[in-house]
Design a protein around this ligand. Sequence first.
Ligand SMILES: [Zn+2]
Length: 265
Amino acid sequence: MIKVNYIYHSCFAVETDSALLVYDYWKDSHNGRLQNAIESNSEKQLYFIVSHFHQDHFNPEIAGFAQARRLVSYDTSKRRRIKAPIATAILRPGDVYEDENLKLNALRSTDVGIATLVTLPDGTTIYHAGDNNNWYFATDEDEHIRCSLDEMEGMFISNLREVRSITKSVDHVMFPVDPRLGSETMRGSCQWLQQIKTGHFYPMHCWGRWDEIRNGIAQLEELFPETAFVCPDASEIDEEPLFPDEPKTESGSGADSAQPNTASE
Ligand SMILES: [Zn+2]
């Protein structure tokens, strides 16, 4: 059995029998859920998995945890200077990391860095998308110079094929549901769910704007009744809604080129 704890934005702490997997740690929740998870799983191997270097997916504090294994994407290693031996492994799409607690496939993202598919010794599978999504900014098409909407969608569908080449079903999926996409907020999630049989689906990367994605999640619940959609409890939502600038052209898809508007904090 595993337990998936939502922490903040795209950060989750996943408890397995022998490990605690901390994904994309940016900030702890106001009530210290990450700290609690680390303390209450202190007998297990701690991992930090970093999908890419963007500031909302990375916290330099991860270097300070003695005993932790740090599995970081190549861009994080370069841009945030997390080299060996601090980095246990530096991962590019296509790489495989394996130890006694897990096997990790590093997969492609439509943005920078990687997505990850973890397989536990009992066969349980866990996918964390990082910033892999169909960043279909329909109303801002003019903003995109590196890639058209068609190219974006093609890249995303191709990435789904890559997942399907490894497995056609995943037990636990953490996936961006970003309200900045407006009417297309659920587009990538829907395409994922059509292609990959999903046990539990955990929305993330919604900038604390949970109210804006609830209707979309309810629609997915009707379309995909075999999937359990898991949003944080009201007591777990202690994020101030952020309204980061609309994406700019610099990083292509622009998924994270915007900086969060910290003035709202
Ligand atoms: Zn992000």
